[in-house]
Design a protein around this ligand. Sequence first.
Ligand code: NAI
Length: 302
Amino acid sequence: MSKIDFTGRVAIVTGAGAGLGRCHALEFAKRGAKVVINDLGGTRDGVGSSDAAADKVVEEIKALGGEAVPNYDNVAIVEGGKGIVQTAIDAFGKVDILVNNAGILRDGAFHKMEEENWDAVVGVHLRGAYCVTRPAFINMRENGYGRIVMTTSGAGMFGSFGQSNYASAKAGLVGLTNVLKLEGVKYNIKTNVIIPVAASRLTEDVLPPDLFAKFKPEFITPLVLYMCSEQCEDSGSMINAALGHYRRSAIMTGPGAILSDGKKIPTPEEIMENWDKIMSLEDPKYFDEIITMFYELGPLLS
Ligand code: NAI
């Protein structure tokens, strides 16, 4: 088994001042990476800021003999994203690895979801991924190498009552990944997605107290490190991780029903009559990109 080593590599971890991000950052540093520890240091719902969170993790890494610099920018603004990437370039010359991890929560049922809480959460998770990934991606393209991890959530993949803002943002990261996996091909930039469950301040009132301690963030970090390694050839994959169980999620398409010769427009009644067939996921297919799905319609195009 080849060893995963990050000597000579530069990694940015956003929201690395606590929880999952801190855990990933420590392990990157232990395995030789130079790490940018970004954290705005606000509250769980994204209020305020403090340098303390990022500084503490930088000190921890230095105490272990590793290399790290802090960055206190807000991922949710374009200048913040540029600042984070510039910190990596100024301190270490480039960006090889980006883990989009920073996150906040502002839960509430959809009918009570005010614009401010919608925007704040979508801002950090989805817009934040845009703001940081774009300048990082530009640097990775220039260098012909990059590894990006998006942190999505079961809420975005499967639904979660009271998290319309968070789930929408997290699902948006899947769309972004689906495009970056294609746009990164020529430049050896791989973008993959994790769907974690782990104990942190975001889950302390979600996970039952007796289970909380068991869901160690340390279980998620090996997956992130593999996805960020030279050895990882995959791009666009989404992996659930919790408690040492890792399994793929994917958007799959069923065999469907052909209700036309490509010319005749079916009636709504024909859709209704064939609903079970349309809904079937028997023998599902995974499409790498939208164009491959068009080719499937070949006989109907002639
Ligand atoms: P956490 O609250 O311990 O860590 C998030 C960090 O992001 C905090 O240190 C916070 O200061 C920082 N942050 C927040 N807004 C920021 C901003 N605008 N700019 C820079 N830094 C900012 O929570 P946890 O659980 O470690 O979360 C990490 C990521 O994992 C989040 O994206 C979260 O949505 C995601 N996630 C976590 C799950 C879990 O079970 N813990 C489940 C699914 C997803």
